[in-house]
Design a protein around this ligand. Structure first.
Ligand code: SF4
Length: 208
């Protein structure tokens, strides 16, 4: 089998991912942009599964920035404890809720600059919110996507910033929002950090 060029790989990846994941439900439970933002902040260095276990209780108590801002940090911390890093995350959630209710009239801002100015919100978190809550083109690169981009030979970026740039250059913008979720699903199911079989793999086996 002949080696594929980057462009050919990209087309093949899109085809295969569309076949494997025609629909891409958002993995984190949420009801609106605010609850999605909180869920994404909670998911840092934790699994979506563990976040989805605590958020129903948290959002029942405080599903709006105003209500969340009124909770004490220790109450938030008590609820989110199983997720990990609860001291920092609880402080950030309270602080960002206060800012959103006071400075942004209770609405999560829909631009990168104001999102990234919120406590605990980095570029990846802002990208997820821009993409999944507001449908704006963004390519959040997590560890799964970073790993896949390298293994597929699409990026040699040492960090997620470079990987994001490379992927944005290679894939059409109107596919970014669906594609980042397809890649996360694929990474979790088929492309573990350790141990992978190139011959059986639905993607690398097609690269030649
Ligand atoms: S062979 Fe499959 S599992 Fe391994 S790097 Fe390629 S895509 Fe990932």
């Amino acid at each position: 089998m002949k080696q594929l060029t980057k462009k050919e790989k990209v087309l093949r990846i899109i085809q295969i991912l569309n076949k494997l994941y025609p629909k891409v439900p958002i993995p984190l439970k949420h009801k609106n942009p605010f609850t999605l933002l909180v869920a994404v902040v909670l998911s840092g260095q934790s699994t979506d599964k563990s976040v989805n276990k605590v958020t129903p209780t948290l959002f029942k108590l405080a599903g709006t920035p105003e209500k969340m801002a009124k909770l004490t940090v220790s109450k938030i911390r008590e609820i989110i404890k199983p997720v990990g890093l609860s001291p920092t995350k609880s402080k950030n959630i309270k602080a960002l809720s206060q800012i959103i209710s006071k400075k942004h009239a209770g609405q999560v801002p829909s631009n990168f600059e104001e999102l990234e100015a919120l406590p605990g919100v980095g570029h990846k978190t802002a990208s997820v919110v821009m993409s999944q809550a507001f449908g704006q083109p963004a390519f959040p690169v997590d560890t799964h996507i970073h790993r896949l981009a390298h293994r597929w030979g699409l990026s040699s970026g040492k960090n997620v910033v470079q990987t994001e740039k490379d992927l944005k250059r290679l894939f059409p913008q109107d596919l970014w929002n669906k594609l980042h979720l397809q890649m996360i699903y694929f990474g979790r199911e088929h492309c573990p950090a350790r141990g992978h079989d190139e011959k059986k793999c639905p993607i690398c086996s097609k690269f030649g």
